[in-house]
Design a protein around this ligand. Structure first.
Ligand SMILES: Cc1cc2nc3c(=O)[nH]c(=O)nc-3n(C[C@H](O)[C@H](O)[C@H](O)COP(=O)(O)OP(=O)(O)OC[C@H]3O[C@@H](n4cnc5c(N)ncnc54)[C@H](O)[C@@H]3O)c2cc1C
Length: 658
């Protein structure tokens, strides 16, 4: 008896699921074989984001000691532990100079995940076979009730009993047409002068010509990648002089004008001072408090859904204020904890300073804004260097990251009212990104050096306008917050993170699953008010819900595609803190294993029942003439991939995968 599972997407999450599936198979009550098909077009283990062939100067915004591909004792799961080295432990075997606190490169991270993937292929139990398909899945269908056929872009197809979608980002298509629409530009201009998606980054960098003035929309992690690629990546050097960096240009840099919604970049991450194997627990924002709030809501409003701004945010701000006060007290050399007080009574912590950091005095002229921008970066760097427990402001911001699981508990699976979830997605998530998951402090130091060297120009302030001058054929950038001369841009790159949207994603597999009604966009609805955050509907155990509102028992989804039902579900697993990413993978593997066990039992029961009954063919033989066996068109296809062996892309389980 063989069960067949297909995991679509072989990046970090596909690897977590694979690993847990192998662990689950060790505890099976009935002996059975398992065939796992891994489908990944870019690189097994590393996936597209951590592909090892990308430039080494692209960094993670997670420290080395907070990345793992293996679960550990902290992960709450009933599966046996299949453990192995964390990223940091693994990296100590090579001479790459990483410390616990350093920010590794993306290709190094990819090398770790690829090595884990290869290691798993070596560790498979004798009852398991893994087939790797280095291609994309393009569509899926049910040909039999409990069997999926997964079609690959290579033309092959895989028959399987269960599928896990671990395919990463399902963003809406940011194409020239949508950019033209958003910025009020002719489509031909957007096509010629705008780059909607900067990844893979090598192709985009080729279009950013030396000495031309280019624009970058967004001052987040993608913008910093592009800026690094155009400077350090082209031979420029950052020299450390005393406590600051100075940039020595190579002469091949473009002149970069970059901007964001608020005009500022993401805040630098405070240098880590917390034990890497401990997660800070909340004092005010706890599951118990949230449960009580829900019961109260149910009693008074008839719905247990919370309002984030009203019910949850004040608790989070209280946590931040407490962390701020504690750091401030420690900083003054006074040991001890800040007394529990409500946020309103804490004058030192100013939430508004974090949410609206640009004062109106900075928005008068180009020079005023630029000088504010430089001062802001210097202040941010100094605070980040003090550390995430010593700097009051970094301690406060780090609380948001520490309490992410509590926020999830409040907001996920319809935890908020539809209106509140809408503002949470559009407002709070962006704020969370700016305050809590920014770049390493070195990246902000580099940005400061580049602005001082005149390579990066933040002159335009928040939300400037792009204008097309058809007379001169120029694409111009005009500040909005103050009057200043416009700048002509040769190319503009959209470096904003596109929102998850399964209804507009160009991914053929997702479109096909939607058309077939196998997946549906998640809707958070109360009465007439409905909000669709962008991802698909899944149950709490990640079973995909179909157009009839029923959960598939053999189709699962994990990661970014579930955004909306879940929140911030795409980050890498962190060791020693009962990582949510690991729990998700364990939960899926357990459900699939249970599903296969149930199928086994049903098969065994029907086989036993068949043995007890008289054989109908024996009975029929008396009535019907003997027939020669005939081959069905599906014969030979039922146990896996159907195309001729000559065109198979299967890699035997023990072959190293690139
Ligand atoms: C530029 C960038 C930097 C990031 N840096 C960090 C960081 O520093 N720290 C952090 O925690 N998170 C970071 N993230 C978030 C990132 O999403 C996660 O770290 C992680 O990659 C998520 O793993 P995943 O397996 O869910 O998705 P992915 O890594 O995206 O893997 C999904 C895989 O599915 C494959 N795939 C897609 N479509 C198909 C298909 N149709 N058929 C088969 N396979 C398919 C893709 O090739 C891809 O390899 C970053 C994201 C980006 C975009």
């Amino acid at each position: 008896m063989e069960h067949r599972l297909c995991i679509v997407g072989g990046g970090p999450r596909g690897t977590y699921v694979l690993l847990h599936m192998l662990a689950a198979w060790e505890t099976r009550p009935l002996p059975a074989r398992l065939r796992i098909h891994m489908v990944e077009p870019v690189q097994f283990g590393a996936g597209a984001i951590y592909r090892t062939s990308q430039p080494g100067y692209l960094r993670l915004n997670t420290i080395a000691s907070q990345v793992t591909a293996y679960p550990d004792d902290s992960v709450v799961s009933s599966l046996p532990l299949l453990n192995g080295p964390t990223f940091y432990e693994w990296s100590r075997t090579s001479d790459n100079g990483l410390t616990v606190e350093s920010y590794p490169s993306r290709p190094d991270t990819g090398r770790y995940f690829a090595a884990v993937f290869r290691e798993l292929l070596q560790r498979i139990p004798p009852t398991v076979t893994i087939e790797c398909h280095g291609t994309a899945a393009t569509r899926m269908e049910h040909r039999r009730r409990d069997e999926w056929t997964v079609h690959l872009s290579s033309g092959h197809e895989i028959r399987c009993d269960a599928v896990v979608l671990a395919k990463g980002c399902v963003a809406s298509a940011t194409n020239p047409a949508s950019l033209a629409d958003e910025f009020g530009l002719p489509q031909s201009v957007a096509e010629e002068r705008m780059i909607g998606r900067p990844f893979p980054i090598e192709g985009t960098l080729r279009r950013l010509e030396p000495r031309k003035t280019i624009g970058i929309i967004g001052l987040g992690l993608t913008a910093l990648d592009l800026i690094r690629g155009c400077t350090f990546g082209r031979g420029g050097k950052f020299l450390r002089e005393k406590r600051r960096l100075r940039y020595l240009p190579s002469g091949d840099e473009p002149h970069i004008v970059a901007w964001s919604r608020c005009g500022l970049p993401l805040m630098a991450r405070g240098t880590n001072q917390k034990p890497f194997d401990e997660k800070v627990q909340g004092r005010f924002l706890t599951d118990d408090v949230l449960d009580r709030l829900r019961s109260e809501k149910l009693r008074t409003c008839g719905t247990a859904k919370l309002d984030f701004g009203h019910d949850v945010l004040p608790l989070l701000v209280q946590e931040m204020a407490h962390a701020y006060e504690t750091a401030a007290i420690l900083q003054d050399g006074q040991a001890g904890q800040a007394a529990d007080r409500s946020a309103e009574n804490l004058p030192a912590f100013r939430w508004a300073q974090l949410t609206c950091p640009v004062p109106s005095s900075a928005l008068c002229t180009e020079n005023k804004f630029k000088s504010f921008f430089l001062d802001y970066l210097r202040w941010d760097i100094a605070e980040a260097r003090r550390g995430n427990m010593t700097s009051p402001v970094k301690a406060a911001c780090d609380m948001i990251r520490d309490l992410r699981d509590r926020i999830r508990y409040a907001v996920e699976f319809g935890g908020l009212t539809p209106d509140s979830q809408r503002t949470f997605v559009s407002g709070f998530t962006a704020l969370h990104n700016r305050l809590a998951v920014g770049p390493p402090v070195e990246a902000v130091e580099e940005l400061l050096a580049l602005v001082e060297a005149g390579v990066v120009d933040p002159y335009c302030g928040p939300q400037p306008r792009l204008q097309w001058d058809s007379q001169s054929g120029q694409l111009n950038l005009c500040p909005f917050a103050f009057s200043a001369a416009s700048r002509e841009l040769s190319v503009v790159v959209n470096a904003r993170t596109p929102p998850t949207d399964v209804t507009t994603t160009p991914c053929p597999l997702v479109r096909n699953l939607l058309d077939g009604g196998h997946i549906v966009p998640y809707e958070n609805g109360v009465g007439e008010t409905v909000f669709r955050p962008g991802g698909i509907a899944v149950t709490k155990s990640y079973q995909v819900i179909n157009r009839h509102g029923r959960a598939h028992n053999n189709l699962f989804a994990v990661g970014a595609i579930t955004e909306g039902c879940t929140w911030y579900s795409q980050v890498l697993a962190r060791p020693y803190v009962n990582s949510r990413s690991m729990r998700d993978a364990a939960c899926i593997a357990q459900s699939i294993s249970d599903y296969f066990v149930t199928r086994d039992k049903v098969r065994v029961q029907s086989a036993e029942a068949a043995l007890r009954k008289p054989n109908p063919t024996e009975l029929n033989r008396k009535a019907a003439p003997t027939r020669l066996p005939c081959s069905s068109p599906n014969q030979g296809r039922l146990e896996g991939i159907s195309p001729p062996a000559s065109t198979k892309t299967t890699v035997p389980s023990k072959t190293p995968v690139p």
